[in-house]
Write a protein that binds this ligand. Structure first.
Ligand SMILES: [Zn+2]
Length: 459
């Protein structure tokens, strides 16, 4: 570690007897980012000096002091680019063009030293590789982080305005698409920690106004919290299923309900891991539609729907399962059995009346209506029975996508949805992800040593 000092000289003028506190604070706030940007510039220029000093004076600095510095490709013709072992250089002044990098503090414009390798003769800028800035990188990760946070909060305009950062919607799109979010957050989820899984899709407007479909799968924890499992854009359900299954661990022996609201193609989703449970809120509405197709008018179908709602809409007793009286469990069991029976009767009546669509709908439904009750009777686990949590998730995502991602590609919609979900429901993992990406490891610290007024006062 090298200890250095930065001296800052600020000039201010104040109208004695006239200025108020607000104006002073206002102007200081204006100074904040530009001042930090200037400091950044100075730190980087000094770093550049320190690096070239070490690389050019090998007689003073042992190879240990040059560790991590001077990595460059050999000056060679041809395709195969190999790293050079040479670590002694001659200084060759500054690059003609300043390097522009978008940072969280604003647009940085930096004069960069070039050196020439004494071994292979290649010319390169050792600062860039030392900083972990790629040859063509035009922004740093804090900046990327701020852009993404701003996009999620749908206030990216505020980020851009008033700073020397210029990023267009297209630029934001590229930041989102270029993110590695699709390869991260793949760690296993243990089925035993979940009380249920929900999946559904929602429409999104994409390129040229085309309608796409965003699909999301979430886990619901025992405590009723959302555990994001995956977001997909224009992806077939079997592929979604394959991806989700890969993340689910120790599925055997932990059958949990899979709740959905009748999306075709989801009837056997995650079979073997989860038992299908139709959303008890949406299911009766589907029946209305099926009966309507049979030519049943609203007036006639309404009492039937009320019947169904009454049959499936019973609540489980509150309190610890183990502490419940046997008769409470018995009551649930007999209600469950009679409900099942009455639904069977209803199916038969429908067929007798010639309501084929309605009968088939209810028959299909009847196997998937009481999964959460059956699970509770067997294990005492209270599982979700509606897709309401997932609907909330979709509202969160949809509101933001509408504002910013209009016309975006599949990858962008997928990535952004995933980011929204993880930041919203796994905040700690989200923070961890960025810290890891930023590489904060204690190699740079800066503090305010003293701030004092110059003694040469004029009154
Ligand atoms: Zn070289």
């Amino acid at each position: 570690m090298v200890e250095q000092e930065i001296h800052i000289i600020l000039g201010f003028r104040l109208a004695t007897g006239k200025v108020n506190l607000n104006e002073i604070v206002y102007r200081l706030k204006e100074l904040r980012d530009p001042l930090m940007l200037r400091i950044l510039e100075q730190v980087l220029m000094r770093y550049d000096d320190l690096i070239s000093e070490r690389l050019s004076h090998t007689e003073i600095y042992p190879s240990k002091a040059r560790k991590g510095l001077g990595r460059h490709f050999r000056k060679e013709e041809g395709e195969a680019r190999r790293y050079c072992r040479g670590r002694k250089v001659k200084r060759r002044g500054y690059r003609e063009k300043e390097r522009k990098i978008a940072t969280a503090l604003g647009g940085l414009s930096l004069r960069i030293r070039t050196v020439e390798c004494c071994t292979c003769g290649a010319r390169y800028a050792p600062l860039l590789s030392a900083l972990g800035v790629g040859a063509y990188a035009r922004k740093e990760v804090n900046f990327e982080h701020e852009v993404i946070e701003a996009v999620i909060d749908t206030n990216y305009r505020r980020l851009v305005d008033g700073r020397s950062i210029d990023i267009s919607l297209g630029g934001i799109h590229n930041v989102v698409v270029g993110s590695d979010i699709d390869q991260t957050f793949q760690e296993p989820v243990f089925v035993k920690d979940l009380a249920g899984i929900e999946a559904d899709g929602t429409g999104v407007k994409q390129k040229g106004g085309a309608k796409g479909e965003l699909r999301a799968v979430i886990g619901v924890t025992q405590a009723g919290r959302v555990e994001p499992l995956g977001c997909f854009t224009n992806t077939a359900w079997p592929e979604v299923e394959r991806t989700i299954k890969e993340r689910l661990h120790e599925a055997e022996g932990h059958n949990i309900p899979f709740i959905y609201d009748g999306e075709p193609g989801l009837d056997d989703f995650l079979a073997g891991v989860a038992e299908a449970q139709r959303c008890t809120w949406h299911a009766p509405r589907g029946l209305y539609h099926a009966l309507w197709e049979d030519g049943v008018k609203k007036k006639q179908s309404e009492p039937e729907m009320d019947k169904i709602k009454g049959l499936i809409g019973f609540e489980l007793p509150e309190g610890e399962y183990e502490l419940l009286k046997e008769e409470d469990k018995e009551a649930v069991k007999s209600r469950y059995e009679s409900s099942k029976e009455k639904i069977q009767e209803l199916i038969e009546t429908f067929y007798e009346k010639g309501y084929c669509k309605g009968g088939a709908y209810l028959e299909n439904l009847s196997h998937r209506l009481f999964t959460h009750i059956e699970l509770w009777l067997k294990t005492g686990v209270i599982a979700p029975k509606t897709t309401s949590l997932l609907e909330r998730v979709f509202r969160e995502i949809g509101r933001r996508l509408k504002k910013i991602a209009w016309g975006w590609s599949d990858q962008a919609v997928t990535n952004l949805s995933k980011m929204i979900l993880i930041r919203q429901y796994a905040r700690d993992k989200w923070e961890e992800y960025w810290k890891e990406k930023l590489g904060i490891r204690g190699y740079f610290t800066i503090r305010i040593q003293s701030v004092e007024i110059m003694s040469c006062l004029t009154f």
